[in-house]
Structure formats: structure tokens, C-alpha cells
Design a protein around this ligand. Structure first.
Ligand SMILES: [Zn+2]
Length: 554
């Protein structure tokens, strides 16, 4: 007898329980859909690691059940793993709204992946296998964000990814509360709800506030006005742009990711500005400095980001001088506080006037709803069960308390655990097991804004393809154990090259054997494997694919 008889639904989080790296599997007997495919960001103690990606081991023997990946919105912690995951899940369509797909496509194009993107609007219901999925527009710090109404044979689930209720959003398109209330009236079995800001009482203010703050500050600025944000914060970028236009300043996008995202958002109609307001960083000296606004990457203090290079006097064309204002329009996320502190200090040292949340209010408004707004969502949806997502354990705990104040009993509030398999059947929820979920670290694709090395990498990829080397590392000892695996895209047809791949695996094994002790230095590890494999592959094929070592903790 199959475990799915009697119309069961399973929900499994493959991303781990944390703010980032979102990826949830919805599974019935015949079908699977995946919601989001995000990256996680490493903490300070992982030098040389770019990102952490979800572990899809659970899906490996279920590939023919997967009907699609549904993306909720344009933040990388919700889609940034596509370039790593899609090569392992070929031919699976990716559904999302216009801007979400536009932003994702930048990175999948960079990785030379052909993706079956399927754009969805807010009126369409997507039916795939046992599931029907409706996109519910919500406000967040990136436009065109959605929660998902997922109807399944076991009942309806409201997947509340990152959201807030903003009655005066920058683009005028409010959270579709009427849809939420309607599905609530129909009856919802389970609500998955954002809980990131549950610790804050009240409602999150409207994004509009930030524009007023920019407007007040820019009037005091006699030099360049520099705003740093994450490159996907399109709503925030729009507000900075509005203020620049108001004071007749030209706009410079500094940093590859912000340039690319701005370009896509302008093309798709989500960022509105006259094209002649934009100038290139090279042309900055042709304008008086009080006629310049710079939108720069580096809000989290990332090494080698545009702002980091300016602070260290290493930026090719932009010099920070006395009188320049630098505004951090972003709160630091856990793990990057030290890097941000260092960056602020460096900027002050070279004469910039620096503004950040601790000294100036309303520089940043969260894209996440606070406690009373989260209560409102729970009240609208009125589910039988609720599971807080998108937060750390302490936020999950606070959400649990909040739900209890609204009359929810302990057994109605599901506490997520890494890999936990939640089963819904006959209107009841229970935990039935645990999928194995490991941390997978990736070093090398250069997420974010980095310099020439990555550009060279990208050119290499588009010409000669990519070879991913997957190396298992024992968590406790940091030692390499077990079989090395190699996956390639755009380099050789794997099926016809068993021999080549076999030899390549041996080259990697031999290279690793030369190194004793733990592999704690990921940069060294990467260089070491890359050097050996590059030499071998070039001799064998006269091609130089991009080599991407991936470490899997076991
Ligand atoms: Zn988000």
C-alpha cells in the first residue's frame, strides 16, 4: 500500500530552518512541485565560500514526479540556487511573475543554462498534476512579489513567503487582501507564514517613508550622494531615483549586479526613469559632484563590491571625497555586522559623511510584516494549522507565542525542523519522518558583485561550459570521504564521455590525496582541484570549461 493513499500531502523543507535558502517540496502520490530555490549566505567564519545551497538528495529518486518550480519573488534567497540546482533537475519548468523571472534569468543566462521559464500573472491558476497554484500579489522590498495559494487533494495551503501590507506601496500595487480573505473563507488547512519580524510590535511602515528621508538628506549634501542597497531592492532603488530626478542629479549604477538588475527592471517596466538620467561611472567627472547620485552594491560590506572598492580607493572611476554622503539603506543581516562596521569606518576615514540605521531613522523600512500584520494574515487566512517559516528559531518561538494569543493550540502550530516531513491527511497534520538535509557550500560562481576574475569565469562558461566537481566532506573532521562526483553542462555530453569523466574523477581524487588533514581552507581547496583538473581537461579536450568545486557536508 502506498503511503499516499487517502489523498495525502507531504511538505518537506530542503533549505534548512533559517532566514535564507528557501526551498520547499510539496508532494502527493503522483506529483511534486517545488516552491522557491534560494541560496543561503555564509557567516564570517567561512572564508572563501560564496553561497550555501539546498540539498536535493530527497528528490534524486523522484525526478519524474517533479512538475515545476514556483518562485515567489525576486530575492536571491528564493531563486539564487537555480544555476546550481537546475543542472541536476533538467527540463523542469520554472514558474514565476514577470520581474521574478527577469531577475532569475540574468543568473541562469550567465551560467549558460536554457531554462523553461513560464511567466504567470495574478489572474491565472496554474494546474500541474495534483496541484493548482494561484499567485497572490503581496508587497515586499522587490516588486511583483507573490504568496502562493496551493490547492491540493489533501486541502488548501497558503504559502506566505516574504510579505507585508503596504497601503501606499511605491508602485501603487497593494497586497491583494481580497484574495487572502476569499481563500480564508473557502477554508485553508495550513498557512505557512513569514515570521522574520514577529519580534517587532505593530505594523511595518510603508516603504514611502524612505523616500522622505532621502529627500531631506540630499538637500544637505554638497557632494556626491551615494546610496547602497542590495541589488534586488528595486522598490528602494526607485525611491532613490525619484529623489535624484527631483534634484536634477544624474544616476550611476555602480556594481555589476545592480547594473544588471536595474537594466532588467527598466526593460520590464518595474523601474521607471528616463534613460538620459543614467550616466556611466566613466563619465562621472563630466558633471559637478552635487549633480550625481550613485547607487552602489556593497550594503552588506561584501569584499570587492563597488562600495568596498570606493572605500579602499580601489574603484576605477569613483573617488570618495569630503562632502560626499554615503547612505546605508539596508539593515545588516545576521553574520555580516562586522563587515558592515569595517566598511562604515573606512568610509568615515576618507572623509565621507555616513548615514546608517543606528543614527538616522527611516533609512530602511523592512519588506517583512511586523507582529500585528502577521496576526492580520493569520486572521484573514484562518487556517486549521500554521507553520512559521523564513525565520530563525527565536522568531519561530515568538510566532508560536503570538499564534497562541489568537487561540491556536500547541498541536495546531507546527514548528519547522530541518528536513522534517510534514504529512497532511484527512484534515490532520503530523510529522512522519525526516529527509536528510546537508549543508552544501559553493565557492566560485561569484554571486554578487565581484571583479575581473568572475567576468573571466563567465566568459569561460559561455564558451566552454561548466564542470561541477562535487566532493563529500565529513562534517566532524573536515576530511574528504567517499566518492567524488562530476556533473557538466555545455562542456561534453556526459553519456558519451564516461571515460573522460572517469579519468577526471581520478585526477580529482589524486589531487585530494596530496592534501592531508582537514579541508577547512576552501579557497586553497578550490585552487588545488581547479589547477589539476584544468590541466587534465585541456590536454584531453583542448577546452577550458569553468570548474566549480562544490563541497557537501556528510
Ligand atoms: Zn524577500
Amino acid at each position: 500500500m502506498s503511503f499516499f493513499e487517502n489523498k495525502k500531502l507531504r511538505i518537506i523543507s530542503l533549505g534548512g530552518v533559517e532566514v535564507n535558502r528557501n526551498m520547499d517540496v510539496y508532494e502527493t502520490e503522483k506529483d511534486i512541485i517545488i516552491v522557491d530555490c534560494g541560496i543561503g549566505f555564509p557567516s564570517d567564519d567561512m572564508p572563501g565560500i560564496d553561497v550555501i545551497i539546498p540539498d536535493i538528495t530527497y528528490l534524486k529518486d523522484k525526478l519524474n514526479k517533479i512538475r515545476g518550480i514556483f518562485l515567489t519573488h525576486g530575492h536571491q534567497d528564493h531563486w539564487g540556487s537555480l544555476p546550481y540546482i537546475l543542472p541536476q533537475l533538467p527540463n523542469i519548468p520554472v514558474y514565476g511573475t514577470k520581474l521574478t523571472l527577469g531577475l532569475s534569468k540574468i543568473k541562469t543566462d550567465d551560467a549558460n543554462l536554457k531554462v523553461d521559464f513560464r511567466e504567470v500573472d495574478y489572474k491565472t491558476v496554474v494546474r500541474v498534476g495534483d496541484f493548482s497554484v494561484e499567485f497572490d500579489h503581496v508587497n515586499h522590498s522587490v516588486p511583483d512579489s507573490a504568496n502562493l495559494i496551493i490547492r491540493t487533494p489533501a486541502g488548501t495551503v497558503y504559502h506566505g513567503s516574504d510579505f507585508k501590507f503596504d497601503w501606499t506601496p511605491v508602485d501603487g500595487f497593494r497586497t491583494e487582501v481580497q484574495k487572502i480573505a476569499k481563500v480564508g473563507a473557502e477554508g485553508v488547512l495550513l498557512l505557512l507564514s513569514d515570521c522574520l519580524r514577529v519580534e517587532k510590535a505593530g505594523y511595518t511602515p510603508s516603504e514611502m517613508k524612505v523616500e522622505e528621508t532621502f529627500d531631506q538628506e540630499i538637500q544637505k549634501c554638497s557632494g556626491k550622494f551615494i546610496v547602497t542597497v542590495t541589488s534586488s531592492s528595486i522598490s528602494r532603488i526607485q525611491q532613490a531615483v525619484n529623489v535624484a530626478l527631483r534634484y536634477d542629479r544624474k544616476i550611476v549604477f555602480a556594481g555589476r549586479s545592480i547594473e544588471q538588475n536595474a537594466e532588467a527592471s527598466i526593460r520590464l517596466g518595474f523601474l521607471k526613469l528616463p534613460l538620459n538620467a543614467i550616466i556611466r561611472a566613466e563619465d562621472i567627472n563630466r558633471y559637478p559632484k552635487n549633480k550625481i547620485m550613485i547607487l552602489a552594491t556593497g550594503a552588506f560590506g561584501q569584499d570587492n563590491s563597488a562600495l568596498d572598492r570606493m572605500a579602499n580607493g580601489e574603484h576605477r572611476t569613483i573617488k570618495i571625497e569630503e562632502g560626499d554622503f554615503v547612505t546605508f539603506s539596508q539593515d545588516a543581516i545576521p553574520g555580516v555586522e562586522n563587515a558592515v562596521d569595517d566598511l562604515i569606518n573606512s568610509l568615515i576615514k576618507i572623509g565621507a559623511e555616513v548615514f546608517y540605521s543606528e543614527i538616522l531613522d527611516d533609512l530602511h523600512v523592512s519588506g517583512h510584516e511586523s507582529r500585528d500584520g502577521l496576526k492580520m494574515m493569520l486572521a484573514f487566512v484562518s487556517p486549521k494549522y500554521v507553520m512559521p517559516i523564513g525565520g530563525d528559531l527565536r522568531m519561530i518561538k515568538q510566532y508560536q507565542k503570538m499564534a497562541k494569543t489568537m487561540g491556536y493550540e500547541d498541536e495546531q502550530i507546527i514548528i519547522p525542523h530541518e528536513g522534517q516531513i510534514l504529512e497532511l491527511e484527512n484534515g490532520k497534520a503530523k510529522i512522519v519522518g525526516k529527509a536528510e538535509v546537508k549543508n552544501i557550500f559553493v565557492d566560485g560562481l561569484g554571486i554578487g558583485d565581484v571583479g575581473n576574475v568572475v567576468l573571466r569565469d563567465r566568459r569561460t562558461m559561455s564558451a566552454d561550459g561548466v564542470v561541477m566537481v562535487i566532493v563529500p566532506m565529513e562534517k566532524a573532521t573536515g576530511k574528504i570521504i567517499g566518492e567524488v562526483d562530476i556533473v557538466s553542462r555545455g562542456f561534453v555530453y556526459m553519456k558519451e564521455s564516461d571515460e573522460l569523466i572517469g579519468q577526471a574523477k581520478k585526477v580529482v581524487r589524486d589531487a585530494l590525496a596530496q592534501h592531508e588533514g582537514p579541508m577547512s581552507d576552501f579557497r586553497f581547496f578550490r585552487r588545488h582541484i581547479t589547477e589539476h583538473l584544468e590541466k587534465f581537461l585541456f590536454q584531453a579536450t583542448h577546452r577550458r570549461p569553468l570548474i566549480l568545486p562544490v563541497i557537501v557536508e556528510v
